[in-house]
Design a protein around this ligand. Structure first.
Ligand SMILES: [Fe+2]
Ligand SMILES: [Fe+2]
Length: 377
Protein backbone atom coordinates (compact mmCIF):
# COMPACT_ATOMS: atom_id res chain seq x y z
CA UNK A 1 0.00 0.00 0.00
CA UNK A 2 1.27 3.43 -0.88
CA UNK A 3 -0.06 6.93 -0.29
CA UNK A 4 -2.37 8.03 -3.11
CA UNK A 5 -0.12 11.05 -3.75
CA UNK A 6 2.69 8.74 -4.88
CA UNK A 7 0.46 6.86 -7.37
CA UNK A 8 2.15 8.26 -10.47
CA UNK A 9 5.63 7.17 -9.41
CA UNK A 10 4.46 3.87 -7.97
CA UNK A 11 2.52 2.89 -11.07
CA UNK A 12 5.40 3.88 -13.37
CA UNK A 13 7.87 1.78 -11.39
CA UNK A 14 5.43 -1.11 -11.15
CA UNK A 15 4.71 -1.08 -14.87
CA UNK A 16 8.43 -1.16 -15.67
CA UNK A 17 9.02 -4.02 -13.29
CA UNK A 18 6.14 -6.15 -14.55
CA UNK A 19 7.29 -5.80 -18.14
CA UNK A 20 10.25 -8.07 -17.29
CA UNK A 21 8.58 -10.28 -14.68
CA UNK A 22 8.33 -14.05 -15.23
CA UNK A 23 5.08 -15.35 -16.75
CA UNK A 24 3.74 -16.68 -13.48
CA UNK A 25 4.04 -13.40 -11.58
CA UNK A 26 0.65 -11.73 -11.66
CA UNK A 27 -0.01 -8.32 -10.36
CA UNK A 28 -2.80 -5.79 -10.08
CA UNK A 29 -2.98 -2.15 -9.05
CA UNK A 30 -5.93 -0.75 -7.17
CA UNK A 31 -7.00 2.62 -5.79
CA UNK A 32 -8.69 2.39 -2.42
CA UNK A 33 -9.63 4.25 0.76
CA UNK A 34 -8.65 2.66 4.04
CA UNK A 35 -11.93 1.72 5.76
CA UNK A 36 -12.66 2.85 9.34
CA UNK A 37 -12.47 -0.60 10.85
CA UNK A 38 -10.28 -1.90 13.67
CA UNK A 39 -8.13 -3.96 11.33
CA UNK A 40 -6.31 -0.78 10.31
CA UNK A 41 -4.49 1.76 12.47
CA UNK A 42 -6.91 4.59 13.28
CA UNK A 43 -4.65 7.28 11.85
CA UNK A 44 -4.93 5.68 8.42
CA UNK A 45 -8.75 5.61 8.25
CA UNK A 46 -10.04 7.39 5.16
CA UNK A 47 -6.58 7.71 3.65
CA UNK A 48 -6.42 7.42 -0.14
CA UNK A 49 -4.00 4.72 -1.15
CA UNK A 50 -2.79 2.80 -4.15
CA UNK A 51 -2.27 -0.90 -3.67
CA UNK A 52 -0.11 -3.24 -5.67
CA UNK A 53 -1.14 -6.85 -5.31
CA UNK A 54 1.78 -8.93 -6.48
CA UNK A 55 3.52 -12.23 -5.98
CA UNK A 56 6.69 -10.22 -5.35
CA UNK A 57 7.74 -8.16 -2.36
CA UNK A 58 7.39 -4.34 -2.43
CA UNK A 59 11.18 -4.05 -2.59
CA UNK A 60 11.18 -6.01 -5.81
CA UNK A 61 8.27 -4.16 -7.33
CA UNK A 62 9.81 -0.72 -6.96
CA UNK A 63 13.30 -1.67 -5.78
CA UNK A 64 15.18 -0.18 -8.72
CA UNK A 65 13.68 3.23 -8.11
CA UNK A 66 16.19 5.38 -6.27
CA UNK A 67 13.82 8.11 -5.15
CA UNK A 68 14.22 7.92 -1.35
CA UNK A 69 10.68 9.16 -0.68
CA UNK A 70 9.25 6.50 -2.92
CA UNK A 71 11.35 3.76 -1.38
CA UNK A 72 10.28 4.96 2.07
CA UNK A 73 6.65 4.99 0.93
CA UNK A 74 6.95 1.39 -0.15
CA UNK A 75 7.66 0.43 3.38
CA UNK A 76 4.42 1.97 4.53
CA UNK A 77 3.09 -1.37 3.45
CA UNK A 78 4.73 -3.06 6.37
CA UNK A 79 2.56 -1.64 9.21
CA UNK A 80 -0.51 -2.94 7.41
CA UNK A 81 0.79 -6.41 6.93
CA UNK A 82 -0.26 -7.74 10.29
CA UNK A 83 -3.85 -6.73 9.61
CA UNK A 84 -5.56 -9.33 7.48
CA UNK A 85 -7.38 -7.41 4.79
CA UNK A 86 -9.41 -10.43 3.88
CA UNK A 87 -11.37 -9.90 7.12
CA UNK A 88 -12.62 -6.57 5.82
CA UNK A 89 -13.53 -7.88 2.41
CA UNK A 90 -14.79 -11.31 3.32
CA UNK A 91 -12.82 -12.55 0.33
CA UNK A 92 -11.79 -15.83 1.88
CA UNK A 93 -8.29 -17.19 2.17
CA UNK A 94 -5.36 -16.04 0.14
CA UNK A 95 -5.27 -19.39 -1.65
CA UNK A 96 -8.87 -18.99 -2.79
CA UNK A 97 -8.19 -15.44 -3.91
CA UNK A 98 -5.20 -16.56 -5.96
CA UNK A 99 -7.22 -19.32 -7.60
CA UNK A 100 -10.00 -16.83 -8.39
CA UNK A 101 -7.51 -14.36 -9.87
CA UNK A 102 -5.86 -17.03 -12.00
CA UNK A 103 -9.23 -18.28 -13.21
CA UNK A 104 -10.27 -14.82 -14.28
CA UNK A 105 -6.93 -14.37 -16.01
CA UNK A 106 -7.50 -17.65 -17.85
CA UNK A 107 -10.92 -16.50 -19.04
CA UNK A 108 -9.69 -13.09 -20.14
CA UNK A 109 -6.62 -14.45 -21.94
CA UNK A 110 -8.46 -17.07 -23.91
CA UNK A 111 -6.90 -18.17 -27.21
CA UNK A 112 -7.83 -20.74 -29.82
CA UNK A 113 -5.46 -23.44 -31.08
CA UNK A 114 -7.50 -23.48 -34.28
CA UNK A 115 -6.86 -19.84 -35.15
CA UNK A 116 -3.06 -19.88 -35.24
CA UNK A 117 -1.77 -19.46 -38.77
CA UNK A 118 0.36 -22.50 -39.67
CA UNK A 119 0.69 -21.74 -43.39
CA UNK A 120 4.35 -20.63 -43.33
CA UNK A 121 5.75 -23.52 -41.28
CA UNK A 122 5.19 -26.16 -43.95
CA UNK A 123 7.39 -24.43 -46.55
CA UNK A 124 10.15 -23.89 -44.03
CA UNK A 125 10.14 -27.51 -42.86
CA UNK A 126 10.28 -28.79 -46.43
CA UNK A 127 13.63 -27.04 -46.77
CA UNK A 128 15.51 -28.19 -43.64
CA UNK A 129 17.79 -31.23 -43.34
CA UNK A 130 16.03 -34.53 -42.91
CA UNK A 131 17.73 -35.17 -39.59
CA UNK A 132 16.64 -31.78 -38.25
CA UNK A 133 13.09 -32.46 -39.43
CA UNK A 134 13.11 -35.79 -37.58
CA UNK A 135 14.34 -34.06 -34.45
CA UNK A 136 11.59 -31.47 -34.77
CA UNK A 137 9.00 -34.23 -35.17
CA UNK A 138 10.28 -35.89 -32.00
CA UNK A 139 10.02 -32.59 -30.11
CA UNK A 140 6.47 -31.88 -31.28
CA UNK A 141 5.48 -35.50 -30.52
CA UNK A 142 6.95 -35.26 -27.01
CA UNK A 143 5.13 -31.99 -26.30
CA UNK A 144 1.86 -33.33 -27.73
CA UNK A 145 2.04 -36.56 -25.74
CA UNK A 146 3.11 -34.61 -22.67
CA UNK A 147 0.03 -32.40 -22.92
CA UNK A 148 -2.19 -35.48 -23.29
CA UNK A 149 -0.59 -37.03 -20.22
CA UNK A 150 -0.88 -33.94 -18.04
CA UNK A 151 -4.53 -33.46 -19.03
CA UNK A 152 -5.32 -36.91 -17.69
CA UNK A 153 -2.99 -36.59 -14.69
CA UNK A 154 -4.89 -33.55 -13.42
CA UNK A 155 -8.12 -35.44 -12.90
CA UNK A 156 -7.17 -36.76 -9.44
CA UNK A 157 -6.34 -33.20 -8.34
CA UNK A 158 -9.65 -31.93 -9.74
CA UNK A 159 -11.40 -34.58 -7.64
CA UNK A 160 -9.69 -33.51 -4.41
CA UNK A 161 -10.10 -29.71 -4.45
CA UNK A 162 -13.13 -28.57 -2.49
CA UNK A 163 -13.28 -24.76 -2.66
CA UNK A 164 -15.34 -23.29 -5.53
CA UNK A 165 -12.49 -20.99 -6.61
CA UNK A 166 -10.12 -23.98 -6.71
CA UNK A 167 -12.61 -26.04 -8.64
CA UNK A 168 -13.02 -23.30 -11.22
CA UNK A 169 -9.30 -22.82 -11.60
CA UNK A 170 -8.50 -26.53 -11.86
CA UNK A 171 -11.31 -26.92 -14.41
CA UNK A 172 -9.66 -24.19 -16.51
CA UNK A 173 -6.31 -25.91 -15.96
CA UNK A 174 -7.64 -29.22 -17.35
CA UNK A 175 -9.30 -27.40 -20.25
CA UNK A 176 -6.09 -25.58 -21.10
CA UNK A 177 -4.03 -28.77 -21.09
CA UNK A 178 -6.58 -30.30 -23.47
CA UNK A 179 -6.28 -27.20 -25.63
CA UNK A 180 -2.48 -27.52 -25.69
CA UNK A 181 -2.80 -31.16 -26.75
CA UNK A 182 -5.20 -30.07 -29.52
CA UNK A 183 -2.70 -27.51 -30.80
CA UNK A 184 0.09 -30.09 -31.12
CA UNK A 185 -2.31 -32.58 -32.68
CA UNK A 186 -3.36 -29.97 -35.24
CA UNK A 187 0.29 -29.11 -35.93
CA UNK A 188 1.00 -32.76 -36.68
CA UNK A 189 -1.93 -33.19 -39.04
CA UNK A 190 -1.68 -29.82 -40.81
CA UNK A 191 2.08 -29.35 -40.94
CA UNK A 192 4.10 -32.48 -40.14
CA UNK A 193 2.08 -34.97 -42.19
CA UNK A 194 1.97 -32.75 -45.32
CA UNK A 195 5.73 -32.12 -45.05
CA UNK A 196 6.32 -35.86 -44.76
CA UNK A 197 4.28 -36.34 -47.94
CA UNK A 198 6.16 -33.57 -49.76
CA UNK A 199 9.49 -35.09 -48.77
CA UNK A 200 8.46 -38.59 -49.80
CA UNK A 201 8.60 -39.87 -46.22
CA UNK A 202 6.28 -42.39 -44.67
CA UNK A 203 3.35 -40.77 -42.85
CA UNK A 204 3.90 -41.03 -39.11
CA UNK A 205 1.75 -40.89 -36.03
CA UNK A 206 2.69 -38.59 -33.11
CA UNK A 207 2.03 -41.39 -30.62
CA UNK A 208 4.50 -43.84 -32.25
CA UNK A 209 7.07 -45.33 -29.87
CA UNK A 210 9.95 -44.07 -32.01
CA UNK A 211 9.54 -40.49 -30.69
CA UNK A 212 9.87 -41.33 -27.01
CA UNK A 213 12.92 -42.24 -24.98
CA UNK A 214 13.11 -44.17 -21.74
CA UNK A 215 13.94 -41.11 -19.60
CA UNK A 216 10.90 -39.33 -21.06
CA UNK A 217 8.63 -42.23 -20.11
CA UNK A 218 10.20 -42.31 -16.65
CA UNK A 219 9.41 -38.63 -15.98
CA UNK A 220 5.78 -38.98 -17.04
CA UNK A 221 5.20 -42.39 -15.44
CA UNK A 222 6.42 -41.07 -12.10
CA UNK A 223 4.20 -38.01 -12.46
CA UNK A 224 1.15 -40.16 -13.22
CA UNK A 225 1.88 -42.25 -10.11
CA UNK A 226 2.31 -39.13 -7.95
CA UNK A 227 -1.00 -37.68 -9.15
CA UNK A 228 -2.88 -40.98 -8.91
CA UNK A 229 -1.95 -41.30 -5.26
CA UNK A 230 -4.19 -38.31 -4.54
CA UNK A 231 -7.19 -40.56 -5.21
CA UNK A 232 -6.46 -42.94 -2.35
CA UNK A 233 -4.08 -41.13 -0.03
CA UNK A 234 -4.85 -37.40 0.03
CA UNK A 235 -2.41 -36.15 2.67
CA UNK A 236 -0.14 -33.06 2.68
CA UNK A 237 2.88 -35.19 1.73
CA UNK A 238 0.99 -36.70 -1.22
CA UNK A 239 -0.08 -33.27 -2.39
CA UNK A 240 3.43 -31.90 -2.06
CA UNK A 241 4.83 -34.76 -4.15
CA UNK A 242 2.09 -34.19 -6.73
CA UNK A 243 2.91 -30.45 -7.01
CA UNK A 244 6.65 -31.21 -7.14
CA UNK A 245 6.19 -33.60 -10.03
CA UNK A 246 3.50 -31.85 -12.01
CA UNK A 247 3.74 -28.12 -11.43
CA UNK A 248 7.28 -27.59 -10.32
CA UNK A 249 9.14 -30.11 -12.48
CA UNK A 250 7.05 -30.96 -15.56
CA UNK A 251 5.63 -27.48 -16.06
CA UNK A 252 8.02 -25.19 -14.19
CA UNK A 253 11.33 -26.77 -15.20
CA UNK A 254 10.94 -29.26 -18.05
CA UNK A 255 8.28 -27.41 -20.07
CA UNK A 256 9.95 -24.04 -19.63
CA UNK A 257 13.18 -25.46 -21.03
CA UNK A 258 11.31 -26.82 -24.05
CA UNK A 259 9.77 -23.39 -24.72
CA UNK A 260 13.19 -21.80 -24.44
CA UNK A 261 14.71 -24.32 -26.89
CA UNK A 262 12.00 -23.75 -29.51
CA UNK A 263 11.89 -19.98 -29.23
CA UNK A 264 15.68 -19.57 -29.31
CA UNK A 265 15.98 -21.89 -32.31
CA UNK A 266 12.92 -21.12 -34.43
CA UNK A 267 11.83 -17.67 -33.21
CA UNK A 268 11.72 -14.67 -35.54
CA UNK A 269 14.77 -13.09 -33.88
CA UNK A 270 17.16 -15.97 -34.52
CA UNK A 271 19.46 -16.49 -37.51
CA UNK A 272 17.99 -19.92 -38.19
CA UNK A 273 14.75 -20.95 -39.92
CA UNK A 274 11.62 -19.33 -38.47
CA UNK A 275 8.53 -21.36 -37.65
CA UNK A 276 6.00 -18.63 -36.81
CA UNK A 277 3.04 -20.95 -36.30
CA UNK A 278 4.88 -23.26 -33.93
CA UNK A 279 6.42 -20.38 -32.00
CA UNK A 280 3.07 -18.58 -31.67
CA UNK A 281 1.48 -21.77 -30.36
CA UNK A 282 4.31 -22.28 -27.88
CA UNK A 283 3.93 -18.66 -26.76
CA UNK A 284 0.22 -19.14 -26.05
CA UNK A 285 0.85 -22.42 -24.23
CA UNK A 286 3.61 -20.80 -22.21
CA UNK A 287 1.29 -18.04 -21.04
CA UNK A 288 -1.19 -20.61 -19.73
CA UNK A 289 1.61 -22.56 -18.08
CA UNK A 290 2.59 -19.48 -16.11
CA UNK A 291 -0.72 -19.68 -14.23
CA UNK A 292 -0.46 -23.43 -13.73
CA UNK A 293 3.05 -23.18 -12.30
CA UNK A 294 2.04 -20.22 -10.14
CA UNK A 295 -0.88 -22.18 -8.69
CA UNK A 296 1.20 -25.26 -7.87
CA UNK A 297 4.06 -23.23 -6.43
CA UNK A 298 1.71 -21.32 -4.16
CA UNK A 299 0.14 -24.53 -2.89
CA UNK A 300 3.59 -25.94 -2.25
CA UNK A 301 4.69 -22.75 -0.49
CA UNK A 302 1.66 -22.98 1.75
CA UNK A 303 2.33 -26.60 2.69
CA UNK A 304 5.88 -25.65 3.63
CA UNK A 305 5.00 -22.46 5.51
CA UNK A 306 2.36 -24.18 7.59
CA UNK A 307 4.81 -26.97 8.45
CA UNK A 308 2.58 -29.59 6.84
CA UNK A 309 5.54 -30.96 4.89
CA UNK A 310 9.29 -30.92 5.36
CA UNK A 311 11.73 -29.13 3.11
CA UNK A 312 13.63 -32.40 2.62
CA UNK A 313 10.58 -34.06 1.06
CA UNK A 314 10.39 -31.34 -1.60
CA UNK A 315 14.12 -31.27 -2.28
CA UNK A 316 14.33 -35.06 -2.51
CA UNK A 317 11.36 -35.35 -4.86
CA UNK A 318 12.74 -32.67 -7.19
CA UNK A 319 16.22 -34.16 -7.04
CA UNK A 320 14.96 -37.67 -7.90
CA UNK A 321 13.47 -36.32 -11.12
CA UNK A 322 16.55 -34.39 -12.19
CA UNK A 323 18.44 -37.19 -13.99
CA UNK A 324 15.67 -38.30 -16.39
CA UNK A 325 14.61 -34.69 -17.05
CA UNK A 326 18.18 -33.68 -17.88
CA UNK A 327 18.61 -36.72 -20.14
CA UNK A 328 15.59 -35.67 -22.23
CA UNK A 329 16.58 -32.02 -22.34
CA UNK A 330 20.19 -32.81 -23.28
CA UNK A 331 18.96 -34.38 -26.53
CA UNK A 332 16.79 -31.38 -27.48
CA UNK A 333 19.43 -28.98 -28.83
CA UNK A 334 19.69 -28.66 -32.62
CA UNK A 335 23.15 -29.32 -34.00
CA UNK A 336 22.84 -27.46 -37.30
CA UNK A 337 20.89 -24.39 -36.25
CA UNK A 338 21.84 -21.36 -34.21
CA UNK A 339 20.40 -21.55 -30.72
CA UNK A 340 21.10 -23.56 -27.59
CA UNK A 341 22.75 -26.96 -27.97
CA UNK A 342 22.29 -29.91 -25.61
CA UNK A 343 24.76 -28.71 -23.00
CA UNK A 344 23.26 -25.18 -23.04
CA UNK A 345 19.88 -26.72 -22.38
CA UNK A 346 21.17 -28.84 -19.51
CA UNK A 347 22.61 -25.65 -17.96
CA UNK A 348 19.30 -23.89 -18.52
CA UNK A 349 17.25 -26.69 -16.97
CA UNK A 350 19.61 -26.80 -13.97
CA UNK A 351 19.17 -23.06 -13.46
CA UNK A 352 15.40 -23.38 -13.77
CA UNK A 353 15.37 -26.09 -11.11
CA UNK A 354 17.51 -24.02 -8.77
CA UNK A 355 15.32 -20.97 -9.35
CA UNK A 356 12.21 -22.93 -8.41
CA UNK A 357 13.82 -24.16 -5.21
CA UNK A 358 15.03 -20.64 -4.50
CA UNK A 359 11.43 -19.45 -4.89
CA UNK A 360 10.43 -21.89 -2.15
CA UNK A 361 13.40 -21.73 0.19
CA UNK A 362 15.42 -18.65 -0.68
CA UNK A 363 15.34 -15.23 1.00
CA UNK A 364 12.42 -14.28 -1.16
CA UNK A 365 10.22 -16.88 0.47
CA UNK A 366 10.71 -15.07 3.78
CA UNK A 367 9.39 -11.79 2.40
CA UNK A 368 6.59 -13.66 0.61
CA UNK A 369 5.68 -15.26 3.88
CA UNK A 370 5.66 -11.89 5.62
CA UNK A 371 3.22 -10.53 3.13
CA UNK A 372 0.86 -13.42 2.91
CA UNK A 373 -1.78 -12.22 5.32
CA UNK A 374 -1.87 -8.72 3.88
CA UNK A 375 -2.33 -9.16 0.17
CA UNK A 376 -5.36 -7.49 -1.36
CA UNK A 377 -6.77 -9.42 -4.30
FE1 LIG B 1 0.16 -27.66 -21.01
FE1 LIG C 1 0.07 -26.73 -17.73
Amino acid sequence: MYPGATAHEILSAWRGRMADAPEEVFSEAMFWSVPAVPNFPEETHGEQIVTIASDESPDEVIGENEDPELVAAAHLERPFLSHPLSNCHAMGTEEEATAARYFRHAVERHWSPYEIDLSTDQNVLEGIRRRSFTQLRATVAMFGAGEERVTEDLIPLAATVKEPADQRFVASHVYEEAKHAAFFDRYWKEVINPVEAARGLERTDPTADRWFTEPYETVFDRTTDAMDRLRTDDRPETRARAYCHYHLTIEGVFGQTGFYAIEKTFGSNTDGPSLPGLVEGFGAVRQDEGRHVGYGMERLTNLLETGAVEETLVRQTVSDLAAPVDAVVGAMGWKHFPGPDGSDLVSFVTDQRENRLEQLFGDESVSRSGRRSGRVQ
